[in-house]
Each structure stands twice: as C-alpha cells, then as structure tokens.
Design a protein. Structure first.
Length: 137
C-alpha cells in the first residue's frame, strides 16, 4: 500500500488517535500479508470476503470500539470504527461496504472510460493536424 487517506466520519469531530490506529491496522495487515498471505502457486490467500475485527476495550465501556477492516481491492482497504454495541449489525455493515465497493468500481470504470475517450480524441486531433500540415507543404 503506497498511501493512506482518511475519507469520512460521522458528525463527531475527527479523532487523530482513531486515524492513527486505522493506519497502524493497515500496516499490520501489510506485514502479515507479506509473511503469511502469499502462496507461490496461487498468489494471495485472501479473497473478497477476507476481513479483520479487533475490539479495543476501555475502562469506560461506552468508549469500547471495534475496528473492522475489509479489503476493497488489491490496493485498497477500508477500515471502519464503530461502537462495540453495534457489532450485532455486522451483516448491515457488510452490505454497506459492498455498496461502497460497487460505487468505487463505477467511479473507476467511468474514469478509465473518460481517459480512454480523451486519449482517442487527442490521437485523432494530432492525426488531423499532421494531415493538415502535410497538405500545406
């Protein structure tokens, strides 16, 4: 993973400790993947449903958080933080993550299509300019 970016949170202010722990979780995933995650014959041992759940306990039970990591793509991981009392809604969380992944794929596909159209237009413009220059000679 080359970089990490913080995308969004709920209405509460950003807590830098949460950002740091999410970042550390991604680093741990990378380290574990480098050691145990690759099979020389089959490549990655992880699939689209691979995930990691870590519970962080505090003295104050209302601050108990769960870190939930899911791989979105081979180069993108999503880390969610939520209160431990919401862990029973994991199916809903997975559903929302799957919708997020579908949205990202649409964005990536449309971006690739626009880039391809732009490059084709540049090639066509360059070819017609070269033909016009030849006609002037």
């Amino acid at each position: 993973m080359i970089s990490k970016i913080y995308i969004a949170s709920d209405s509460s202010p950003v807590n830098m400790k949460h950002y740091e722990i999410c970042s550390e979780l991604i680093d741990v995933l990378i380290d574990v993947t480098c050691i145990y995650g690759y099979d020389e014959e089959n490549g990655s041992k992880f699939d689209k449903k691979s995930s990691s759940i870590i519970k962080l306990a505090h003295e104050n039970n209302q601050e108990n958080i769960v870190l939930y990591l899911r791989e979105v793509d081979t180069c993108l991981a999503l880390v969610c933080l939520f209160n431990q009392t919401e862990i029973h809604k994991q199916h809903l969380i997975n559903y929302n993550i799957d919708r997020f992944k579908e949205g990202l794929k649409k964005i990536f596909n449309s971006t690739a299509m626009l880039r391809s159209e732009y490059q084709n237009q540049q090639v066509a413009t360059g070819a017609s300019s070269a033909a016009a220059a030849q006609d002037m000679k």
